[in-house]
Design a protein around this ligand. Structure first.
Ligand code: FE
Length: 230
């Protein structure tokens, strides 16, 4: 479903109604009134990133290499198979304040659809894919991973698992998805997010990178409902 702007939805019918009945000045006033009505709603708070299931494949044995580049495994020379993607974003509270010192972990299948979990070991596992990575935010709340665009595996649309914690306290477990992927509509876990704005917030565009030719860039901001103690 294409994203439509909530203000535009409200203004357009009102403008149509106004056309022919009032002069241009009154239409401007009407537009101004509608915008000022809508703005405080938008400024109030951001869409909270929804909670999603952890799934059974959080690594049972964490890899030795746990850095934020999942496409290169220490001691191996070849990069992971798949579409290399810079995954970036910020971790924010509901008012948009960047959150420092939050540890973000991601885990996902390799390009052949396998987790690094021992229950998913297979001869087709990509040994060059780290499968799991970690990053701790600084003052700007930003995080950065280098990974691959997720691929489907039986029963699931492509997704990346995400877990946040701070000081041993778990803050959020969620999943992010590839916006526009054909399997999204059939994925029970994605569909379990009932709120359309929250569902839209985890559908992330994977776009050609401006910085690295032939690679992708994806941006996923995460909004927490609670402000963790600093
Ligand atoms: Fe999964």
């Amino acid at each position: 479903m294409p994203y439509t702007h909530p203000i535009a939805d409200r203004i357009e019918p009102a403008m149509k109604h106004a056309t022919g009945k009032v002069d241009k000045l009154r239409r401007h006033l009407l537009l101004g009134a509608l915008v000022s009505m809508a703005q405080p709603v938008l400024a109030q708070s951001l869409v909270l990133t929804p909670q999603q299931t952890e799934g059974p494949f959080y690594p049972d044995q964490l890899p030795l290499d746990q850095d934020n580049d999942l496409t290169m495994v220490a001691s191996r020379h070849a990069p992971a198979a798949g579409e290399i993607t810079d995954l970036t974003g910020r971790i924010l509270d509901a008012r948009g304040k960047p959150l420092q010192g939050v540890v973000i972990e991601i885990w996902q299948v390799d390009n052949n659809g396998h987790y690094i979990h021992t229950a998913d070991a297979s001869t087709s596992n990509d040994a060059n894919f780290q499968g799991f990575g970690r990053f701790e935010t600084g003052q700007d709340g930003a995080y950065r991973f280098r990974t691959i665009k997720p691929v489907p595996y039986p029963g699931r649309t492509p997704h990346i698992h995400v877990k946040l914690h701070k000081g041993g306290r778990e803050l959020l477990t969620t999943q992010m998805y590839v916006r526009g992927h054909a399997l999204n509509e059939r994925d029970a876990i994605l569909r379990s997010i009932r709120d359309p704005a929250q569902r839209a917030s985890v559908l992330v565009p994977f776009l050609p990178s401006n910085e690295r030719s032939g690679q992708l860039a994806a941006r996923f901001d995460i909004v927490l409902g609670l402000t963790p103690a600093t």
